[in-house]
Ligand binder design. Sequence first.
Ligand code: DQA
Length: 152
Amino acid sequence: MVSDQEGPRLLVLLSGPNLQLLGERQPEIYGRDRLQDHVARAAKAAAARGFELEHLQADSEKELVEAVHRSRGRAAGIVVNAGALSHYGWSLHDALAAFEGVVVELHLSNPAAREPWRHRSVIGPVADGLVAGFGSLGYELAVEAAARLISD
Ligand code: DQA
């Protein structure tokens, strides 16, 4: 069972390495909002669609993989900004492949318009869709997309 019809359904938001530095880290690329600002907007967007949002930031692939495992059978969807792990985190790919709900890949910047090593995503093949390049709008757009894919 992935959703509890009695209460709010669950969306899990995962933030990968270095994203706790948002606001300070390369603001010309990632903007001035802090991770907690993005998460607050994402939680609001989730609540507006009847979802509870659970967020985890981790620098290690292990913790992110474990969070995906814990989401199995519990969450209706996962929104994931895996940071640089998006480009080489194959164990995160495999964990997401074993998750039965909706997966939305998220980036603040548009990796396709950046260095060549960012052009490949290993999350893309196991995601339902991608939100990238919308800066501070991205977190709420991705949550909105996940909630609507689940509900509509
Ligand atoms: C990012 C893009 C990645 O290429 C980069 O390694 C990040 C952030 C983004 O949100 O634009 O850490 O995922």
